[in-house]
Design a protein around this ligand. Sequence first.
Ligand SMILES: [Zn+2]
Length: 354
Amino acid sequence: MKNTLIVLGSLIISCCGTSQSSSTSQNKLDPKTNPSNENESVVVTYAESITAKELKEYLYTFAGDDFEGRDTGEPGQKKAAEYLKKQYQRMGIPSPLGEDDYFQEIPKSYFRGDIQSSENVLAYIEGTEKPDEIVVLSAHYDHVGVDSSGNIYNGADDDGSGTVSLLEIADAFIKAKKDGNGPKRSILFLHVTGEEKGLYGSRFYTENPVFPLENTVTDLNIDMIGRIDEKHEGDDKSNYVYLIGSDRLSTELHEISEAANAKYTKLDLDYTYNAKNDPNRFYFRSDHYNFAKHNVPIIFYFNGVHEDYHKPSDTPDKIAYDLMAKRAQLVFYTAWEVANRSERIVVDGAKEKK
Ligand SMILES: [Zn+2]
């Protein structure tokens, strides 16, 4: 999350998804013998492969001191990029750029100020029926580096949490594909750089898209989903996630998200920051905005700010891993539905482009 002046708003609109339990009298079906993407037992199997344990393992590495706070263009960020590439190669997920090249290079000249060249990291699962239609899942993997006293800003929540969630979601989709249940539309896993410096990586991607933006169905962006903010402290309140932007460009996307949560993850969906007059303006403050401004429907998944936000104390030991897994599963269920439904989601809230 890019830091700007934060003014606390007082408007609170809380909206909870209604619980609705699905009838699961059937035993878990073997996906090999039931290739239907609509089959709910099948999707649950893959969603449940996203686990707190694996997220934790990834995050202790990714937000470890080795990556030196992942400052854009610096050696720690490059190491982080190599790490992500290695994970995708291990999972057998290719790059859309071909062969060994998982990096979309951003030249030094693209950045303002003293920032070295950097790279977005891209991985891709081709759709089985509508490969030209792209579902983007994004998270920024850069953070703010090391301060002059040598303190490392590990950025476990910001945005290590989103980064490792993408890895787990990718793993769930590739497992499905290997079982013959691959998504009908293609999925792009987009790890953007330069977010903390001003949303550079996502802006660069949307100005130089690997797949045409006209064919980009949605961007589900995760930026900070591992923590609990002050408003939600306490066991009865902490089962939540803030959703921002889901209803702005596509009513259908919003409805898919609500239905996925009501059926599977049953989180309290908090729309406080989605209010158009919310003074925090979070809608404009992370990478999804670069898609939204091109009329690509987006959802931004967010846990709110907390005492360790943009401090060296944003470390992996403070992450609520079970909650983070559930939030990542919500992204997966939503992406699964958007990628597999027969018709592309309708954009009914598009703005005139400036
Ligand atoms: Zn940030």
